[in-house]
Design a protein around this ligand. Sequence first.
Ligand SMILES: Cc1ncc(COP(=O)(O)O)c(C=O)c1O
Length: 427
Amino acid sequence: MIIWHPYTHAALDPEPLEIERAQGVYLYPRGGRRLIDAISSWWVTLHGHAHPKIADAIAKQARKLEQVIFAGFTHEPAEELAAKLGLALPRSLNCVFFSDDGSTAVEVALKMAVQFWSNQGKPERKHIIALEHAYHGDTAGAMSVSADSDFTLAFSGMRFPVWRAHAAYCFQCPVGKSRDTCSIDCIERLQQLLEMHGDEVAAVIVEPLLQGAGGMIVHPVEFLQKIRELTSRYGVLLIADEVLTGFGRCGRMFACDLAGIEPDIMCLSKGLTGGFMPLGATVSTERVFEAFRNGDRRHTLFHGHSYTANPLACAAAIANLDIFRDEPVFERIGGIAQIHQEQLAQFQNHPAVADIRTVGTVAALELRTNDAGYLSQLGHQLRRFFLEKGVLLRPLGNVVYILPPYAITREEINLIYDVIKEGLAFC
Ligand SMILES: Cc1ncc(COP(=O)(O)O)c(C=O)c1O
């Protein structure tokens, strides 16, 4: 039987490496030397691999209730997780819909937003505004709101049309300004779109503060604040896709907290279970929920997955939130952010480095190359080199980034930077 691996070219990419076990920040390949997981296994692992509290919680739950249909039924892990999420989230987000992963959390958010309006007799408000460079997942709806890219090229016929606003990609400012002197002028495109089409728009969707797969693009907080201001002014819902940024990645529990804003809908996944189990959550305000609670059965949110609110995944997520409560997680996060700041300074005038970006636990170097973009040869060369050096890094084309588990030590981060510095010889 052939196994089809994600984002992997069966002929051009190397054979997959078999990982036998993992512990803390380390992956242990069969018969090979250990690797530092510098990207948290695709941005999911928070407190380290095999954290005993999460592992035990899953095992305990598996002996009690492993799964039950969630339509017409509920269970303790889902109820407890909802209550604990409620304490962590911005106060206005007090309704939760569970699904399976980041893409489904986004699909649900889009459908929720569109049906919110149609349930209120405004079916014309069905369009979505999304940002350039966006990435929201690989299912059809999530792909539609993601930017046009090599990822979506083959699927243009499957994607629904969206209006596109500028992203605050300050390194290549879409309106030719400089961050030192600009007044977030790139926001004007969104304002124009809302001015022209506001009455037909259901929602604006954004990755708050950090666009991940689009190249680890860090936005000024003012950009997100202005998006909230505009969506409120034009009466349009704001969807914050915190699938990557949620659970401390940007330095606060949610990126929205850093900007002091509350969206109408928020998408969560990845770190939600500490990286142990697939689980998605789409949280909303009660105003959104209320549009579905009326006398008309056709106003049901007709969406669900077999494993919605899987009890094992909920138990993992509860244990994850308990670790935030019981361990000095935000101290660790602050420590990582500090080391990034110190280490990145050495790349300021490096001839191979075009731009340096960091927010919270995430740091990125955009490298100079003739074939910039996700398919850059440089990225593939570097990936192989880093693995040979004992570090799992997976550049997004010519953007090398570090996004480590919070359990990482200063020495381990320093080692990752040493390996990156050596890798710049390829540029
Ligand atoms: C911001 C964002 N949204 C959604 C997704 C999709 O999540 P998943 O891969 O779990 O479907 C991702 C994945 O990287 C993401 O970064």
